[in-house]
Design a protein around this ligand. Sequence first.
Ligand SMILES: [Fe+2]
Length: 149
Amino acid sequence: MDRRKFLQTAFASGALFAIDGLISNSEANETFFEGTPIFKPEIKTVHGQKHTPFIDAPKKVKAGEFFEVRVITGYYHPHPNKVEHHIEWSSLYINAFEAGQATFKATISNPDVTFKVKIDSKGKSILRAFSYCNIHGLWLSFPKEIEVV
Ligand SMILES: [Fe+2]
């Protein structure tokens, strides 16, 4: 899939932020996401509840100081955690940049991870998370806006 087609796919899936830099600023991400559909956050169905990552973070943080962001998949409804069906990883983005990624092993680790991150620039920032299910693919969280003072 070429870059233009990929961005069209990302746009159609609701991952609008792909256009404003998440993909285009990182060759590694572009390679990773290439050809992988991104499911937008959805909690009206149990299927969506099982896969949409939830972000728990403070509403306001201090610039340059570390704070905790918890990313939970299965928060809205538990996701299976079996070898044949499990969440393989979750990642956290601050605005357009990946802040961290955690991998999980089926049956022995839970897709519930806390990242310690900091933001140096004051103003509004947007947190987003992805989670990847080995059967149902790549899912995006609802955006979480935080104020950096
Ligand atoms: Fe799944």
